[in-house]
Design a protein around this ligand. Structure first.
Ligand code: IMP
Ligand code: MG
Length: 197
């Protein structure tokens, strides 16, 4: 680590009140998920789909833990206002490049919270008639769920807490922390003052 990188890391780490999952704990869990997926998809035509951009950290590690031939593709959704999101309104801003009909699709998310985003995207994917469609999420908040959505592979269940790191952001920051933690109240306030939204 260069002196610049180190001071940036310390500055960001200083905004964290508590580390919930260390980089090592996250890696260990991902290896176990990868083993399970490798067993379940042996002999199948696996296409892994992720939603940009929070999932990029998780998917990069998960794909290397799956010891099978596979393809990967991405979608992106626009972030609407909180009210719009509460009604399940999600806009696709980048679609897949790969046709998925007849493929064994594993849909990968970083976090399932209310489940509204996932529900919307799964409906859209089902219309394209994949041979199978399952969901893998690194983090899951069952207590926050508004729509019941079946999730086959879950990394960690979380209580109703806002977390950052390992891809998860607060106003686009903290994604590059190697661990997952809870922000200090002062970091939330600081961001509130500096950010237009
Ligand atoms: P939902 O399941 O439709 O409510 O939304 C899931 C999305 O909300 C995730 O993909 C994240 O982008 C975001 N999100 C939910 N909870 C958290 C959190 O604790 N930290 C960071 N982002 C979160
Ligand atoms: Mg987000």
């Amino acid at each position: 680590m260069s002196p610049d990188e180190r001071s940036q890391y310390q500055e960001m780490g200083g905004d964290i009140r508590e580390i919930l999952f260390s980089a090592q704990q996250i890696q260990d869990r991902i290896q176990a998920l990868g083993d399970q997926i490798t067993q379940d998809y042996r002999g199948k035509d696996l296409l892994v789909i992720g939603v940009l951009k929070g999932v990029t950290f998780f998917i990069a590690d998960l794909l290397r833990a799956i010891h099978l031939p596979l393809e990967v593709d991405f979608l992106a959704v626009a972030s609407y206002s909180a009210e719009a999101r509460n009604q399940g309104l999600v806009r696709l801003v980048k679609d897949l490049e790969t046709p998925i009909n007849g493929r064994d699709v594993l849909f990968v998310e970083d976090m399932v919270d209310t489940g509204l985003t996932l529900n919307y995207l799964l409906r859209s994917l089902r219309m394209r008639q994949p041979a199978s469609l399952q969901v893998c999420t690194l983090f899951n908040k069952p207590a926050r769920r508004l729509i019941d959505t079946p999730i086959k592979y879950v990394g960690f269940d979380l209580p109703d807490l806002f977390v950052v790191g390992y891809g998860l952001d607060f106003r686009e920051r903290y994604r590059n922390l190697p661990f997952v933690g809870i922000l200090k109240a002062q970091a939330l306030q600081k961001a509130g003052k500096n950010s237009a939204g």
